[in-house]
Write a protein of this length. Structure first.
Length: 264
């Protein structure tokens, strides 16, 4: 418990637990929809926002939020309105955003410790302002996920039947991708842009192996994410590891355990 005496660790744990709760809950819907690559794509897009922020002296966090939101709306628009295949859209945005981020970073010469912390996460970089922003947007995101939980599950299970049942599928789809974009952008301080996709995808995938209903699977997914964040941040403190990498390694360990325990 010695590490909790340090203010930066207190902030890291509060931020990490908030992000774990939101990422695991929203991740359950995108995994069920076989849309897991969305989290990785938006993570790379948020890197563009961070690069622009570092280049022009703007807040990298706010620029990441803006970039992720715009990209999520474009992706959903191309998928739902133009009928393009999801994997094709995500592949285009993923590769394109990564290339753009690399060009911006190269032009600005801003590959430094600050950018490294955004790439892989850093427990030292979480500030009180970040916590307030996470708490504000996180509360809104959690409220919307809980309020429309049944509708989002229905859409994830069968979008066409949900539309025929009178559910406003288009609006809820845009809402879900917006929530995911904000969660990813807020997570880059703790987990990093290159690793946040794992926090959103691995817990639901591991929980699914236990063959429970969707609600229980979501709860188990949240529990896995929370435990792995605690273990990962602790390992990061004691062994001087990047926080994002430590958290993802814990998630991978849990996933392997789930595979071994539930062979089917």
């Amino acid at each position: 418990m010695e590490m909790l005496h340090y203010p930066f660790m207190q902030r890291a744990f509060v931020a990490g637990l908030m992000i774990a709760l939101l990422a695991a809950m929203s991740g359950s819907f995108i995994v069920l929809r076989r849309y897991s690559l969305l989290s990785e794509t938006l993570a790379h897009v948020s890197l563009v926002g961070v690069s622009v922020g570092l280049l022009f002296g703007l807040s990298p966090l706010w620029m990441a939020v803006a970039a992720s939101l715009i990209a999520s709306w474009l992706i959903e628009y191309l998928r739902s309105v133009h009928g393009m295949y999801s994997d094709s859209i995500l592949a285009i945005f993923l590769s394109g955003s990564l290339a753009l981020a690399i060009v911006i970073v190269s032009l600005s010469g801003s590959f430094n410790a600050s950018l490294f912390s955004y790439l892989f996460g850093s427990i030292l970089s979480v500030s009180n302002e970040d916590l307030m922003i996470m708490a504000f947007f996180g509360s809104i995101a959690m409220g919307l996920l809980i309020l429309f939980f049944k509708e989002l599950y229905f859409i994830a299970f069968d979008e066409e039947v949900a539309r025929a049942s009178g559910i406003r599928v288009a609006i809820l789809n845009f809402m879900l991708v917006s929530i995911i974009a904000i969660i990813i952008a807020l997570s880059i301080r703790v987990v990093g842009t290159l690793l946040i996709g794992a926090l959103m995808v691995i817990p639901p995938v591991a929980a699914i192996r236990f063959g429970m209903g969707f609600f229980r699977t979501t709860l188990l997914s949240i529990a896995i994410a929370l435990i792995c964040v605690v273990l990962g941040l602790s390992a990061s403190f004691f062994f001087s590891l990047p926080s994002g990498a430590a958290i993802v390694l814990c998630l991978l360990a849990v996933f392997i355990i789930a595979l071994v325990v539930n062979r089917r």
